[in-house]
Design a protein. Structure first.
Length: 159
């Protein structure tokens, strides 16, 4: 009886559908706001497709994250993302990749004190010798936002 259950579970796993999402290896999210995220060109097509299975069922794309502004995401990890169509559905305090006309930035998003802006915070609290934050909050004008992507999780290749 126990062996029969194991075979049924194995067949269920084999029958799972693939969940392929576009992976843009040339497009990166950076740990700061002063770097261009596309290596000198627009990448209209994905570099590859990743099969996320049931781990990231809601994911719509994946990109590589570089930088140290978000301590929870190792440098060069791959972020699984879900595009948010309606900016009114943002959940304050969650991690998002914000694409603007000049850069792509990963940060913890909060309401801004400035009108028509959102604030992206870093989770890396490192400071310069004079006490100023190395990764200061970034004010992003709402009209400059081209895409908002919720970070669902990340993948790291060890070997």
């Amino acid at each position: 009886m126990e062996n029969s259950n194991k075979n049924e579970q194995f067949l269920e796993i084999q029958d799972m559908e693939d969940h392929l999402i576009p992976y843009y290896d040339e497009i990166i999210s950076v740990g700061g706001s002063d770097e261009i995220t596309i290596k000198g060109k627009t990448i209209p097509h994905p570099t590859d497709f990743l099969d996320t299975g049931d781990f990231f069922r809601d994911a719509t794309s994946a990109i590589r994250h570089y930088g140290e502004n978000m301590i929870e995401y190792p440098n060069a990890c791959i972020l699984a993302l879900k595009e948010i169509e309606n900016p009114q559905l943002l959940v304050w305090g969650q991690d998002y990749v914000i694409e603007t006309t000049g850069y792509k930035l990963t940060g913890k998003i909060q309401k801004s004190k400035l009108p028509d802006h959102i604030t992206a915070y870093s989770t890396n609290m490192s400071i310069h010798p004079d006490g100023q934050a190395i990764h200061e909050p970034v004010e992003i004008k709402v009209e400059s936002i081209r895409k908002i992507l919720l970070v669902l999780g990340y993948v790291v290749k060890k070997i």
